[in-house]
Design a binder for this molecule. Structure first.
Ligand SMILES: [Zn+2]
Length: 271
């Protein structure tokens, strides 16, 4: 078997087919949300269409040891805490029985210390691994092509060292974890999006949870100064996903710009 260089650790070995977004999330969506037998709806801006698909974005990127590292340091734990259905959502349950200690401009936020039963380090690792993998290579997908090589070196190398467990998480990267508190929550998974060059910000959804990652203190001065004064890099908060800008944008995209294809087109009666 051909040996290639692992993008993360640099060792040569038979590389695995790595996923951009964890395979376990697709499984969770397909299994637990209605209709049970179907694939998730895939909405693509670049293809201007929406359709049922199990197609996943993959690339031979990491060696077995690094795949394992990603899985056990973040993915497995975080996916276990995301929304499985309206009743089963472990992260939200943990927030519901904790009290937020951060109050800024009338809003309340949870310090990781407010939720002692939650392993927040795994949430940080997971968010870091998604930001690193989406920016480190060409995934062959037009929806995320603007992110290829977009991470400045001042963040790229420290993130890589952190993901290899050789360094602490970079002090100048800040993460907010938003938990959907709508009564009738919508399962959303999105590819990472954002304008790193101008906003130094990336975000992505997994069911029930939105991650925002801010690169550098200037990306959001109020957030970075609040978090720095507390000596933390991440906070949790409740948000209505239905009211969020991203959800409204997605709804607009699906309703107006995308054409339903295949089975989805038949169901929506527009084929
Ligand atoms: Zn490796």
């Amino acid at each position: 078997m051909t040996e290639e260089k692992c993008e993360l650790c640099g060792e040569f070995s038979a590389l695995k087919k790595s996923h951009l977004m964890p395979k376990s999330i697709y499984k969770a969506i397909a299994r637990t949300f209605q209709p049970h037998d179907s694939a998730p709806v895939w909405a693509s801006r670049s293809q201007k269409s929406a359709y049922y698909s199990n197609s996943q974005i993959t690339k031979r990127l990491l060696c077995g040891a690094c795949e394992d590292r990603f899985n056990k340091n973040g993915e497995k734990y975080v996916v276990g805490k995301c929304m499985k259905n309206a009743q089963t959502f472990e992260l939200k349950r943990l927030l519901n029985c904790s009290s937020p200690s951060i109050h800024v401009n009338g809003s309340s936020y949870f310090d990781p210390k407010d939720i002692p039963k939650l392993n927040s380090e795994k949430f940080i690792y997971f968010a870091a691994s998604i930001v690193w993998r989406v920016t480190v290579t060409d995934w062959g997908n037009d929806d995320i092509s603007n992110l290829e090589n977009a991470l400045p070196n001042e963040f790229k190398r420290p993130l890589q060292q952190y993901l290899l467990n050789k360094a602490e998480f970079p002090k100048n990267i800040y993460i907010t974890v938003c938990v959907d508190d709508d009564v009738d929550p919508v399962p959303i998974m999105s590819l990472p999006s954002g304008d790193i060059e101008n906003d130094m910000h990336l975000s992505f959804f997994i069911p029930g949870i939105k991650f925002n990652v801010f690169l550098g203190a200037n990306a959001d001065l109020e957030l970075s100064s609040t978090l720095s004064s507390l000596g933390i890099n991440m906070i949790y908060m409740y948000r209505s996903f239905r009211e969020s800008y991203e959800y409204q944008q997605m709804k607009h995209l699906v309703n107006s710009e995308l054409s339903p294809k295949g089975k989805l087109a038949k169901q929506s009666g527009s084929s």
